[in-house]
Design a protein around this ligand. Structure first.
Ligand code: NAD
Length: 370
């Protein structure tokens, strides 16, 4: 049965990198029997220009009905003075909210050919393959009470509240354990139970999910500050890390930088699993933004977006073999020394966004011609 994919390229380089993703999808359709119905629409600044809003109700409905959403990037200086409610990023935030995408998956994979580009020693990062699962819809970024108030003594007080309920912790823990079973079967759960009650609850609930549903997975609890240190000391000790919204925000950026450029980082955001279909709502997007400084110049690295497609093949489209094929093709392209400007190194061959797309398709074709 055909899968329905909603493609939202967005603004700036979002358009350019998504063009390469569309070519890659076509390749899988032509050569591997991938059966998809694609609807493409606007989001962010381009939607504001066309429809007067960063996303429309119709597009949200399409996203809700789709098997997954492929998202490019949004934003640009021309939209910076708009009212907050009309800013491009509101389009993405609305999708995350309406699709209830509570689990953010950020892989940190170091391709051997790029190991030299890491700020850590090559031997610490070569072969690195970590998955950080960040809770995305709760915690201190959303907790009440919040705000800034005036105090009687003339000073001011800023308040945010870290708050988690059992169901929020258990559902994201399940995503992490489920992923671990398909990888190295190990989960580190990270919080600050030494100083935060919400951390005590986090630890207890993750342990509950483990003991009752995933006892075969190896679970370790690690304080978030220690997790940060271990990520830069010996990152390969980790397989899956599950953590809350705030710590996840920081730890996923730390892990990301171990692997080199923003242009290489994919992500997925997953919602609850539908009991009837076994599927989760899902949105796949590169970690980078719309890069106005290089937009429209065919210079962007499309690999983060192409690797996000690989995640979609694996987690939404039941095509793990095709995901493996695509990731292996990217690995070989990098191994051959083809580079966009952001990952350029001495002796490598500089190419364009389109050229990188060509190189990936050529490697894919080689891989099936034996
Ligand atoms: P950015 O990620 O767009 O760019 C940061 C730097 O990295 C720039 O120098 C850019 O040229 C480079 N870069 C990013 N992606 C690249 C790629 N694929 N290939 C080569 N180089 C790449 O972040 P920014 O400059 O802080 O933000 C620009 C706009 O993007 C802003 O409007 C911001 O709000 C928006 N933004 C959107 C998202 C999103 O859509 N999820 C995320 C971050 C920023």
């Amino acid at each position: 049965m055909a899968h329905n994919i909603l493609v939202l390229p967005g603004d700036g380089i979002g358009q350019e990198v998504m063009t390469q993703v569309r070519r890659t999808i076509d390749w899988f359709g032509d050569n591997r029997g991938l059966d998809v119905n694609i609807t493409e629409d606007k989001v962010g600044g381009s939607a504001y220009d066309a429809y007067g809003a960063p996303i429309t109700d119709e597009i949200v409905d399409q996203a809700l009905a789709a098997d997954c959403v492929l998202f490019g990037a949004v934003g640009g200086p021309q939209y910076d003075t708009l009212d907050f409610s009309l800013r491009p990023e509101r389009g993405l935030l609305r999708l995350r909210k309406d699709l209830e995408l509570f689990a953010n998956l950020r892989p940190a994979i170091c391709f051997d050919a790029l190991a030299e580009a890491s700020s850590l020693k090559k031997e610490l990062v070569a072969g690195l393959d970590i998955m950080i699962v960040r809770e995305l819809t709760g915690g201190v970024y959303f907790g009440e009470p919040r705000g800034i108030s005036d105090l009687p003594n003339g000073e001011r007080r800023g308040i945010n509240t870290q708050v988690y309920d059992t169901y929020e912790i258990r559902r994201v823990a399940r995503v992490a354990f489920d992923l671990a079973q398909k990888r190295g079967n190990r989960v580190h759960s990270s919080e600050k139970n030494n100083v935060m009650e919400s951390g005590i609850l986090w630890k207890e609930e993750v342990q509950w999910v483990h003991d009752n549903e995933f006892a075969d997975v190896q679970l370790e609890h690690i304080l978030a500050d220690n997790c940060g240190m271990q990520l830069v000391r010996a990152p390969k000790q980790f397989d899956v890390i599950v953590t809350d919204n705030l710590f996840g925000d920081m730890l996923s950026d730390v892990a990301a930088m171990l692997t080199g450029s923003l242009g290489m980082l994919p992500s997925a955001s997953l919602g609850a699993r539908d009991e009837a279909t076994g599927k989760s709502k899902a949105l796949y997007e590169p970690v980078h933004g719309s890069a106005p400084d290089i937009a429209g110049q065919d210079k962007a690295n499309p690999l983060a977006c192409i690797l996000s497609l690989a995640m979609a093949l694996r987690y939404s489209l039941d095509k793990s073999d095709d995901a493996d094929l695509l990731e292996a093709a990217v690995d070989r392209v990098l191994g051959s020394g083809v580079r966009t400007g952001d990952i350029m190194s001495e002796g490598a061959t500089l190419t364009s966004c389109t050229g990188m797309g060509d190189a990936v398709l050529a490697e894919l074709s080689k891989s099936i011609s034996g």
